[in-house]
Design a protein around this ligand. Sequence first.
Ligand code: HEC
Length: 136
Amino acid sequence: MRFVLAGVAVAGYVLMGLGLRSAGVQENASRPEFYTTKVEPILQSNCYKCHAGMFHRGGLNLKTRDGMLHGGHHGAAVVPGDPAKSLLVLLMRHEGSTDELGPMPPKKPKMSDADIAVVEQWVKAGAIMPEAAAKP
Ligand code: HEC
């Protein structure tokens, strides 16, 4: 009996820990720093080459929040709160490709699940960016 109780207590602690951990992630993802420290570096190394600075391939500028919301020739790239409707996420996941639109980044291996998950969490939490980065 003692062992059973101890087991239940341990399981309880583990579950509590997991719950707290995922709550922490959600909370973090809506902080502007989550964008600057986690999301932006991913976009920088995978996407900026063609969607920032001098290049807005497909009409899409990924450098600012405005650019993402306005999107390119196919409309919004990011729908805050809804990764499943966000073209940016879908193309990274190699979903939602059409004759005109291929997976992103093009001709590269699919991005890691971990990186895609970070971007998804950020979109889900509202695609929050610091003021300076949000402006065009
Ligand atoms: C090597 C250049 C290149 C890189 C790197 C790249 N893209 Fe693209 N992207 C394009 C081109 C070119 C298009 C125009 C459509 C096409 O030809 O597939 C496009 C189109 C898009 C579109 C659709 C725009 C529209 O509305 O038509 C999205 C969304 C997009 N890219 C997201 C991304 C994301 C997110 C990344 C990084 C993970 C990325 N791209 C990296 C070249 C690139």
